[in-house]
Design a binder for this molecule. Sequence first.
Ligand SMILES: [Fe+2]
Length: 216
Amino acid sequence: MLNRINQLKLGDAMSEAVSNHSGVLHLGMVFADALRMRDAYTRLHSDRVMALSHGIGLDIGLTRQELDALELGACLHDIGKIVVPDAVLMKPSKLNDEEFAIMQTHPSVGANLIEVYEHEDAKRIADIVRYHHEWFDGSGYPGHLVGEAIPLLSRIVTVVDNYDAMAVRRVYQEARPHDEILRIMESESGSKLDPELFQRFVKVIHDPRYAEFKAS
Ligand SMILES: [Fe+2]
């Protein structure tokens, strides 16, 4: 099958760049910058999810290559929101069913974007993005995957994503304090969240090195 990069006629230099590990990481950072420019909340959220996911990755002893993919996947997890209309993405109130359906396309859209690059790193990063809204009990989306069928790196991002989403004030939602967030997450451990990774997260978020990411 022809490489999609060639189909897009992006030139030999770029084709060569994405054929190796550092090239995939570099282009991932280009995507991340594009996302940063879209909206300030998504930018800050992505940066925090990246840092805390990396902390869990270190704690469970991931390889260097897995950590690189985890960092980038965490940073890019919401990249698919690039195609979500502003009226939905920045709506200052709860989404209706139709708007929520649009919002639910963002994991697949983001993963498809990254999978254009036919490289094992890109596949690993795309999987993080595609499955970051899967829940441990199978009630998430888009694949309704259950437990360890959800890629490990995705399960890490899901835990951190949930914490940070509650830690930050949005137009339609007040920020919750740290202890309350942990109580909510504990009640969702085993249903929404991987219980073992939740425990790892608790350890990381109480580590002084990650104090800046802790809710007040
Ligand atoms: Fe998301």
